[in-house]
Design a protein around this ligand. Structure first.
Ligand code: SAM
Length: 223
């Protein structure tokens, strides 16, 4: 599915979100600012076309690695990195079996990726495994809008308008029907925070973005 939409993925992200997605990714980088210093290693899982990986790389001096299992997405990410002064290796691999040793990274991110994994808890545990003790995780994901009137309006847009426009521009209506469907099955803000604690993260907190359309969860690898 992701291979089928890779070529139009960035265009549709920016179009369908009115460019808000860019602001959300910058918020992730600002939140992790203290972990993006020289000598730090940061892993961006389910990096897709690499937008967050590149934002993280530009925001500090950390060594950033992007990982995804979809080669056409990675090819676009690599082309973007080649046009950038920062070097970001993009690695092909499965988020549920990360090709890295335990405790390799100082920080990890996953943006709009956790929802797509076969197991959210398994994905979180695998992210925990590759983080050093005290390492930080940031999860950016669609969530539950918190204002009732806005929630209804957003649902109409997300379930009725977005699949049509996404299907028309990408040629894959299924992918853009899958999007609202997968978001509706994904845990809301509080439940995701609970799953992060269950997976071995502490100091777990979240921040609603754009009225809760998305949320940024953060946590620290415990012990
Ligand atoms: C919605 S895109 C998000 C891409 C990017 N993080 C962003 O913010 O635009 C989801 C990505 O997750 C990747 N993905 C889904 N399941 C995966 C898995 N098990 N392992 C690695 N990548 C995965 C897909 O290939 C796709 O590129």
């Amino acid at each position: 599915m992701f291979a089928g939409i890779a070529g139009r993925y960035d265009l549709l992200n920016h179009l369908l979100s009115g460019n808000i997605d860019k602001r959300w990714r910058r918020t992730v980088a600002r939140t992790l600012e203290t972990s993006l210093t020289e000598g730090s290693r940061v892993l961006d899982v389910a990096c897709g076309t690499g937008d967050l990986s590149l934002v993280l790389a530009r925001a500090g001096k950390a060594e950033v690695v992007g990982l995804d299992f979809c080669r056409p997405m990675l090819e676009i990410a690599r082309r973007k990195a080649a046009d950038d002064s920062r070097t970001v290796p993009f690695v092909e691999g499965d988020a549920l079996r990360l090709p890295f040793a335990d405790e390799t990274f100082d920080a990890a991110t996953i943006a709009f990726g956790l929802r797509n994994l076969a197991g959210v808890g398994e994905g979180l545990k695998e992210l925990r495994r590759v983080l050093r003790r005290g390492g930080r995780l940031a999860v950016l994901e669609f969530s539950s809008p918190v204002v009732p009137g806005f929630r209804a309006l957003f649902r109409f847009y997300f379930e009725r308008v977005l699949p049509r426009v996404g299907g028309w521009v990408s040629g894959s209506r299924g992918a853009y029907e899958y999007l609202p469907d997968s978001v509706s099955r994904f845990p809301d803000q509080k439940r995701l925070a609970g799953l992060m604690r269950d997976a071995g993260f502490e100091n777990v907190g979240y921040r609603n973005l754009t009225g809760g359309i998305a949320a940024l969860h953060t946590g620290t690898r415990a012990g």
